[in-house]
Design a protein. Structure first.
Length: 206
């Protein structure tokens, strides 16, 4: 009787040992593979982070202005008082329209953000004539068209809609066109008047 029991226990121990060895081996393999992958990923992330850091040191990131889908160089964006002046195209100068000083042009400086690429083909006086029409359009009747013409370039600015924002500010939507050398280009923008009388451009488009 003892021999069959002993033989059974011996067979059971052998069977259990053959089962536990592969499980322990699989566990070690999994742990080893995990550590290897972790260290590999860590080294990769570290190298990638160093490359990104070096690139950030040498490349100046341009600012993306609200409403513009393209990137605007930093030298074309500045602030006067609380107004952001953005000239994505055309000549860079102080003032706006026929106002040659920023303090005089303060209320309308934000309109520089409503622009079209064709402004690159205008000289400063043509560009200022276009901006002067924008100033007049802020007080014109909705639907009225303000035309301008200067030295071979021309265009118009027209307020197309008006209303009140959720914050209670008076807002207007403008459409404008620039024509020079047989080319025409239109742009759109919405601006809201702030408590101090200056305008803030809240959206632009072409």
């Amino acid at each position: 009787m003892q021999q069959p029991i002993l033989a059974f226990l011996t067979a059971l121990v052998i069977a259990m040992s053959t089962l536990t060895v592969p499980v322990q081996a699989d566990s070690r393999d999994y742990r080893r593979d995990y550590q290897r992958d972790y260290h590999h990923d860590h080294r990769y992330d570290k190298r990638r982070g160093q490359r990104t850091h070096k690139k950030a040191k040498h490349v100046k990131r341009p600012i993306i202005h609200r409403g513009h889908s393209h990137k605007i160089p930093r030298n074309r964006i500045r602030r006067h008082r609380d107004v952001m002046v953005v000239r994505p195209y055309g000549h860079l100068y102080h003032g706006y329209g026929h106002y040659y000083q920023d303090d005089d042009a303060y209320k309308w400086l934000a309109f520089t953000a409503i622009a079209v690429k064709l402004l690159d083909n205008l000289n400063e006086q043509q560009q200022r004539a276009h901006e002067a029409a924008q100033v007049r359009a802020t007080t014109a009747q909705v639907g009225e068209t303000i035309y301008w013409s200067e030295g071979g370039a021309s265009g118009y600015v027209s307020p197309t809609r008006e209303g009140t924002s959720s914050a209670g500010r008076y807002c207007r939507e403008f459409q404008h066109e620039v024509a020079v050398a047989g080319k025409r280009e239109q742009g759109y923008g919405t601006a809201c008047r702030q408590p101090d009388g200056s305008w803030e451009v809240v959206s632009t488009g072409q």
